[in-house]
Each structure stands twice: as structure tokens, then as C-alpha cells.
Design a protein around this ligand. Sequence first.
Ligand code: DGL
Length: 279
Amino acid sequence: MKFDRFSPIGIFDSGVGGLSVLQHIRQTLPHEALLYFADSGFAPYGDKAESVIIERSLAVADYLIAHHIKALVVACNTATAAAIKVLRQRYPDLILIGMEPGLKPAALHSHSKIVGVLATQATVLSEKFLLLRAQLETARGVQFIPQACTGLVDQIEKGELASAATLALVRRYVAPLLAQGADTLVLGCTHYPFVAHLIRQVCADCGQPNTQLIDTGAAVALHLQRLLTQAQLLRPAITPAPPPSLRATTTGSASSLQQALLRLLKIGDCEVLALAAVA
Ligand code: DGL
């Protein structure tokens, strides 16, 4: 592994979801160069077998490491649950940060002590999630209600952030959690912050407009900042900050990712490389 303070930070997800994390990283670390990888040719991960998710995560991580990244952010709860252990074994010296559904902050916020967890099927069935859930339920006296939101990632990948079909899907998953007494909802998939407005709308329609939504993107950006500082790998700050440098790679269509960057983050000048395959 060859990198220095000027090397990029690698960030990956099955698709555009990791952009919700990338936006926090850009805010927290405006001087850093970022290399985003959307594995859209293989999205969604959430309905795939664990072995497939591990294989994809290793292939993408290998690609990013071959591009001399100084840190890797697995901006995907599903990939983290399946593959973070294997990634740490393969790259023991790399700064490596995963995403985990925010059960801990949710347990602290919730007054009703009933928390809904919106995530992919693979995440809610993973050993990592089941273990964390059991630990916190015992330690904090909280009840977590996991809800696999099948189909929601596809809607977000298609750019359907405000359609009637997406709203109906959100309602189908969120309303039963509210009916069971949840006052806090964990966004346990990095795609979901892009439909937070629909989740809030459903909460309001159900008479619970004060429902808390928990997203861990900002916490991950701060954690990354801490680890880069400790390792003396922060890119030196120049005043005024240079325009943030961002490159992206996808196993899907370059123009779709370009449109998503514009739609979701208002970024219109990102160089996007489409790869036929990464294996
Ligand atoms: N964005 C991903 C996550 O945080 C997964 C989406 C998927 O590919 O199913 O879990």
C-alpha cells in the first residue's frame, strides 16, 4: 500500500447511498481528495447472500487500494455487516471505517424505549446486527423493531425520491413501526437519508411529527477525521479551501451516477469513470 497525506480517501457503497455519507465527509474534511465507488452493477446488496456481498466488498476495496487511498470508508451498512471483519483481516494497517445502524444513539434518544430500525434484509439478518441488538436490549431496556425495506433502495437508485410509489413503500414500512409505539427510527441503510423527507411525511400523517430519525453519516465523518489526525494523514489545509476534489467510479452507468451526483448533492463537475467489471 503506497499513500501519503495527499492521497484520496476511498468511499464505497452498492450504489448512490454512500453519497449521503460522502456529503458529511466533504463538510467535515473540505481539503481532502475523495474517490467514490458505486458498485451499481451489483446493486442492491441487501437481497444478496453474505458470500456475494463479501466478494464484492473485497473486489471494490482491492480496486480502491490499487488507487492508493489512505483510508477506506465502507459507506454501506450491508457491506459492513457482511465484510468488515474480512476487510480488516486483509488490510490490517489501513484506516478502515464501517457503517453500523445507529442503535446506540437511538436507545439514548427514545423516550418510549421502542425503536424502529429501517435497513436492508441482509443487515437485519446479519450476525453483527443481531448481536448489537441483543446487547443493547439487555443493557438499555430498549425494544428494537427491525424492518427490512425491500425495494426501497431500487427506488432511490432509480432517482424516484418523491414518487407516489416510493411514498407508498415508505408508508408500508414506517406506519406499522409507529403503530407499535416507536418514537425513534434508525436509518440503517445509507440510501435512506435521501428519502428522509418521505419518512417525515409519513410520521406527520400518522400524527407523530416529532419522531426522531437517526443517521450516523455525520458521526462517521468525525470518526474519520479523528483517525486521520491520529495517523498524521490529514491533508494540509490551504486557505481558502480549494474546490473539493472528487472522482467517482461505477460498475453501472457513468451518466446515471453523474445525474445522481447532481440530483442528490448538487455536484455537477465530477469526473466519473465506468468500469465494465471489477473482480
Ligand atoms: N446503502 C446500503 C446500506 O447502507 C445498501 C443498499 C443495498 O445495496 O441494498 O446498507
